[in-house]
Write a protein of this length. Structure first.
Length: 249
């Protein structure tokens, strides 16, 4: 529950919510917080997006970065603001949501939330670098059917924003290891866009991207023919960037 000292440093009319995407083993995941509460005398559990009220001494980006730091322990995570939602009843549509807010001492006031999505590479090399809180877990995007408050709408809008951005900027490389195969790159695009890409056409387009650079290294310990590893060069991309990365055109 929020105490008086905590209340004095918070802006109860503005919050940030973060849709944190992670890619691992060919699946796109989202980081969700398990909410536990007593509702009508019964313990109730559901899922919500991580977020928090903005402190009076911080701006929006700082607040979103703080939320992610507290969740994952990581700094400098890719973070993009994509929406602001101020529907008057957005937090009070269901009685259990209202009850949860009462239990944590949140005033029943209109709260405008500024939504961000972020990208984390959760391959095996990186996932060991941070420990998630006990009530925060990765969930496959394809299995998300219901979230607390209006968070399902925010989640769907974030997924659309991610897909749109992926077509014009190389943000997908934020979700890959520092070195990757073309099969991994194609799988990433297919999973996020929700479509199957033609392998030959995909590789032809990648071959025309000077910022996707082959390195003198191949896979090891695999049962199939070892694939070539590639790296993404942001420096080269900035010099040669084009208006679209769309693999469907």
């Amino acid at each position: 529950m929020l105490d008086e000292k905590q209340n004095s440093g918070l802006n109860f009319h503005v919050s940030v919510d973060c849709v944190v995407f992670g890619f691992e083993f060919g699946k796109l995941n989202v980081l969700l917080l398990e909410r536990k509460m007593l509702f009508e005398g019964v313990e109730f559990k559901d899922l919500k997006l991580p977020g928090d009220l903005v402190r009076k001494d911080e701006d929006l980006d700082t607040a979103a970065a703080r939320v992610l730091k507290e969740l994952t322990g990581l700094d400098n995570i890719y973070l993009r603001q994509f929406a602001a939602i101020g529907t008057p009843d957005r937090l009070y549509r269901m009685e259990r949501d209202m009850e949860w807010l009462r239990q944590i001492g949140h005033p029943e006031e209109v709260v405008v939330t500024v939504a961000y999505y972020s990208l984390i590479n959760i391959d095996q090399d990186k996932i060991n670098r941070f420990e998630l809180q006990e009530d925060v877990k990765w969930h496959p995007v394809s299995q998300i059917k219901e979230l607390a408050f209006d968070h399902m709408e925010i989640f769907n809008d974030a997924l659309k924003a991610l897909r749109d951005e992926l077509r014009f900027n190389p943000i997908g490389f934020e979700l890959l290891p520092s070195k990757f195969t073309l099969s991994q790159l194609q799988k990433l695009y297919e999973v996020i866009l929700g479509s199957t890409l033609d392998k030959r056409n995909f590789r032809k387009k990648v071959s025309n991207m000077p910022y996707v650079i082959p390195i003198n290294e191949k896979e090891k310990g695999v049962s199939h023919k070892p694939a070539q590893y590639y790296i993404f060069s942001k420096k080269v991309y900035e010099k040669t960037r084009k208006s679209s990365l769309d693999f469907f055109v």
